[in-house]
Design a protein around this ligand. Structure first.
Ligand code: AMP
Ligand code: ZN
Ligand code: FE
Ligand code: FE
Length: 295
């Protein structure tokens, strides 16, 4: 049984339609797929339809953009009630923050001498609610200002670079609380990727566990073998679920093919058990799995 628990579609900054991600996952031999677009559940419905047709199990999730000790930290939320008001408000606040800072990014890049417009970015963002730096990066690539997304981030969009503009993000601890109240299971995405190690040290992870964190993504391309081993040991000590996933973005991220990392069946079972407990405790009508039962 192969499970990939973190992927993106055109509902955020991936390049495939939600249904395409699901069909590709089935073709790649995956049995379980979680669609976890940034700050949006708009891909859930088309993905669910495709999962039923393809005979693959779909776990509906969200990757929430939060801030923790001054750094950006991503929180995966599995199977929360998408109509829970505080969760809806939390996501809307992030999306509004993205939209509000976009003119500032474009202006900063123009001041830097680049001929980019808000329309250029909107074209790349398409129908997504979560338009962000990845779409600016795509526009910059199209304009010839960078070779690929990574180069655009490194030279123009990362903090400290000419096109960087701060945006609103809820605190990680608030997000964990809201996800739990919505009946979902909060799991840290790539905790030690991109400098996360400094703010998510062992004591920090223990504290988050006390606040209700359920798991950590250990097998992720941003973690080298040493980081994975260390995180796996920490998860064991802290009784956190260990997940593994591709963080697939279609053409938006190289070396993140579907199934490149996966979640062990026993860990998936633990995650679903905890999600069920949290759902019951919340009293919320949470979404179930779509497609074949797991286990
Ligand atoms: P935003 O939320 O609009 O600030 O953009 C952040 C998003 O850009 C995150 O979800 C990351 O997945 C992506 N991102 C951040 N840094 C990089 C990078 N160096 N290369 C490619 N994507 C990145
Ligand atoms: Zn992304
Ligand atoms: Fe992420
Ligand atoms: Fe992601």
């Amino acid at each position: 049984m192969r499970a990939d628990l973190h992927t993106h579609s055109l509902a955020s900054d991936g390049t495939d339609l939600p249904a395409e991600v699901v069909r590709k996952a089935a073709r790649a031999g995956l049995d379980v797929l979680a669609l976890t677009d940034h700050d949006s559940t708009s891909g859930w419905e088309p993905a669910a339809g495709a999962a039923l047709e393809a005979g693959i199990t779909l776990v509906r999730g969200i990757e929430i953009s939060t801030r923790h000790r001054g750094r950006s930290v991503h929180l995966l939320a599995y199977l929360p009630d998408p109509t829970h008001e505080p969760l809806v408000a939390l996501l809307a606040g992030i999306v509004d923050g993205r939209n509000e800072r976009m003119p500032g990014i474009v202006k900063a890049l123009q001041d830097h001498g680049l001929q980019i417009s808000e329309d250029d970015v909107r074209r790349e963002a398409g129908a997504t609610a979560a338009s962000g730096r990845p779409h600016v990066a795509d526009a910059l690539v199209r304009l010839g200002a960078a070779r690929d997304r990574s180069e655009a981030f490194r030279t123009l969009l990362d903090p400290g670079m000419p096109g960087y503009v701060h945006r609103h993000a809820p605190s990680l601890t608030a997000a964990i609380e809201v996800v739990r109240a919505a009946g979902g299971a909060p799991v840290l995405a790539h905790p030690w990727g991109r400098g996360g190690r400094t703010v998510l040290d062992p004591e920090g992870l223990a504290e988050l566990r006390r606040l209700g964190l359920v798991g950590i993504e250990v097998d992720h391309q941003d973690h080298d073998p040493g980081a994975r081993e260390h995180l796996r040991a920490l998860a064991r000590d802290l009784d956190l679920v260990v997940t593994g996933s591709s963080d697939y973005h279609g053409l938006g991220k190289v070396d993140h093919e579907l199934g490149v990392n996966s979640t062990a069946p026993a860990e998936l079972e633990r995650l679903l058990d905890r999600a069920a407990t949290l759902a019951a405790a919340s009293g919320r009508p949470v979404p179930g799995l779509v497609g074949p039962a797991v286990g």
